[in-house]
Design a binder for this molecule. Structure first.
Ligand SMILES: *Cc1c(COP(=O)(O)O)cnc(C)c1O
Length: 462
């Protein structure tokens, strides 16, 4: 038997490895520093292996290949593109809305070149960076002015901090929502320095409840859209227009956290209707906030539209500076909003709307085309079928309504959960990982969001 001392001396020297022809491609791709650091770690690993196992490590035959594997793995981005076949179109953990091509182009342009972010070429002092977008938003919502921040959570925080700091905000008990990711209305109130006054009950709140709660210290009356749940049965909520009427009477502004909100009437495409910012503005609500990357289909952003003097307060609040959107967000949002000026081509050019309105028959045909290749690839261990399913919009938009869709389903022939888990694992290790959902003991790949048919097919055909 070879003694460990002997094994140590069989390890190569870094210098010799680096001179080896097999390393020149690695040096070219990753540079001298990273390759040397990787080799040092590998040598440490090799010594450890000899110490504990008393054998040479398996990679002693091919150091270049092992180094390449390590370096390639490190190169894998934290933001790896995947196929979203979960059936949730606006999937928060997968980055929500896909951007329109015009938005992608607009972002690349502002990344490459200096832009007139807060600079007027004609010398007219317009003030802040949201100006151009605010004009567009006014056109699309009927509001007097607008303010843009990092996301809708930031929008709510800013509205409360700028309009109600030190005062009371009246909200219905049925609307004290948690959106996920630690966004809870009562906590945001505290952070914004306001006191929450709950009115009504979980299922029923009346206008008189707001009226009774309003007093000297009331700074705002607030509505929160219950976007991720629904209260059904014996219920009563006060509409925005009723509340706006009361606000006018008492001279207290009414604000609404709309969550998603849609700039167009979705029912024209057979989708369940979602409240539109314009309706709330028309109803007399003072400020309305909503997300840029939910139904609007743009980048992550928080949009606040409403009364000029309140927006001016938001714009000049110190938190605005901390929460403001950057030029890339503003560029993508502007390009997305411009698509709404041309509603005839919206479905075609806005990916979110295109995916939400995709015909069930078209998705089903896609599933039928993919089925034979999937059966060939997975048929030994799984029963692969096309099944009807229901997609959801996601991100708290339209929580109850589901969209008829079609899925490829994989049921393990051995009925074992472990077999299913290994399939999920395999799909996640593909060049472009596939994310599906498990339910009823099988894996579902909802094909509503699969538009890249050829690229997808290539991963499963030899
Ligand atoms: C989604 C949502 C938020 C949070 O919006 P983000 O853009 O994710 O920060 C806040 N309020 C409501 C009602 C929502 O639906």
């Amino acid at each position: 038997m070879t003694s460990p001392r002997n094994l140590y001396s069989q390890l190569p020297a870094t210098d010799r490895l680096l001179r080896d022809a097999s390393f020149s491609a690695l040096l070219n791709e990753f540079g001298h520093t990273r390759v040397v650091n990787t080799l040092r770690d590998m040598l440490d690993g090799a010594r450890e292996h000899i110490r504990t196992q008393e054998t040479l490590p398996p990679w002693n035959d091919d150091w270049a290949r092992q180094a390449k594997q390590i370096l390639d793995a490190e190169k894998r981005s934290a933001l790896l593109p995947v196929y979203n076949l979960t059936g949730t179109v606006l999937h928060t953990n997968l980055g929500r809305a896909l951007q329109a091509e015009v938005a992608i182009e607009a972002v690349s342009q502002v990344m490459r070149s200096p832009v007139t972010l807060e600079y007027d070429l004609d010398g007219a002092a317009r003030g802040h960076r949201d100006r151009a977008l605010a004009d567009l938003l006014c056109e699309l919502t009927g509001a007097e002015d607008a303010c843009i921040v990092n996301n809708n959570a930031a929008a709510v925080l800013l509205m409360l901090a700028a309009c109600a700091y030190g005062g009371e905000v009246v909200v219905s008990r049925g609307e004290l929502v948690e959106i996920g990711g630690a966004f809870r209305i009562p906590d945001v109130m505290r952070q914004a320095g306001c006191t929450l006054v709950e009115v009504g009950t979980t299922n029923r709140t009346h206008l008189k409840d707001y009226r009774q709660a309003a007093g000297e210290n009331t700074a705002l009356l607030m509505k929160v859209h219950t976007s991720n749940y629904q209260i059904a049965g014996f219920t009563k909520a006060v509409s925005e227009s009723e509340l706006a009427g009361l606000g006018q009477e008492l001279a207290i502004p009414v604000v609404s956290d709309l969550g998603s909100g849609s700039l167009v009437d979705l029912s024209q495409w057979g989708l369940p209707p979602e409240p539109m910012p314009r309706q709330l503005i028309d109803a007399g609500v003072s400020l309305v906030s909503f997300s840029g990357d939910k139904l609007l289909g743009g980048p992550q952003a928080g949009i606040i539209v409403g009364k000029k003097e309140l927006i001016a307060r938001l714009q000049s609040h110190p938190l605005k500076r901390a929460l403001r959107a950057d030029k890339m967000t503003l560029a993508a949002l502007e390009a997305t909003l411009r698509l709404y000026q041309h509603p005839e081509t919206l479905v075609e050019r806005l990916p979110t709307l295109r995916l939400l309105t995709r015909k069930t028959a078209e998705i089903d045909q896609l599933a039928q085309r993919l089925l034979p290749a999937m059966q060939r690839r997975f048929g030994e261990r799984f029963e692969v079928r096309v099944q009807a399913c229901l997609s959801q919009i996601g991100s708290g938009s339209l929580p109850v309504d589901r969209l008829p869709s079609a899925a490829l389903t994989f049921t393990p022939k051995d009925g074992r959960g472990a077999t299913l888990a290994s399939l999920t694992e395999d799909l996640r290790r593909l060049p472009k990982p596939v994310v599906g959902r498990i339910s009823e003991g099988r894996l579902w790949l909802d094909l509503r969001c699969l538009e890249e048919e050829t690229g997808f097919m290539e991963m499963f055909t030899p």
